[in-house]
Design a binder for this molecule. Structure first.
Ligand SMILES: [Zn+2]
Ligand SMILES: [Zn+2]
Length: 175
């Protein structure tokens, strides 16, 4: 995949960032082998000393998504409708989605360690607010300015698989 990527420079601390510092493809794998999406957000890792993707273990949005999916899964449909392939297909999509979200909620509830940096596994991180044009470096009040034209870079995201405590267990290359 080739995407335009911007290099941003901070007006105050001179650090530079790219627009895909926090991109990637991440999943959890439960002890029974079931895989489901890991929600990531932007953070600062003091060990990596850069802007990184970090685990998002917040539940407010998740609870809402689960509730609305539950309402979308049809109940009490007629016998003939329940046999139709498109109905079965749609219902399966919704129930699979719901299962993923419920597994994620369950993981967060049982979780004993704090959120981790998805790059190095450290918990020495801060989750950053969606940073519009503000610098990502914690405490820096600088603003980010696109530095030059977008560069086309080839993005090949590995699929990175983590256990329920956020420790990397497998990397599938060229996903
Ligand atoms: Zn800065
Ligand atoms: Zn790190």
């Amino acid at each position: 995949m080739s995407l335009p990527s911007y290099l941003y420079k901070c007006s105050a601390c001179e650090r530079s960032f790219t627009s895909d510092d926090t991109s990637g493809h991440f999943s959890y794998q439960a002890s029974d082998g079931f895989r489901f999406p890991l929600e990531q957000t932007g953070g600062w890792c003091y060990d990596c000393d850069r802007h990184v993707p970090v685990e998002d273990l917040r539940t407010d949005g998740l609870l809402k998504d689960i509730e609305s999916l539950r309402q979308r899964i049809p109940k009490n449909v007629g016998f003939f409708k329940s046999l139709s392939p498109s109905f079965k297909h749609d219902t399966k999509l919704l129930t699979d989605q719901l299962e993923s979200l419920e597994r994620r909620l369950d993981l967060i509830k049982r979780r004993s360690s704090p959120p981790k940096c998805l790059s190095c596994g450290s918990s020495e991180i801060v989750v950053l607010p969606a940073a519009g044009r503000g610098c990502y470096f914690p405490g820096c009040n600088g603003t980010l300015h696109a530095d030059g034209e977008p560069i086309q870079i080839s993005l090949v995201f590995d699929h990175r698989i983590y256990d329920s405590e956020g420790l990397l267990i497998q990397v599938i290359e060229d996903w």
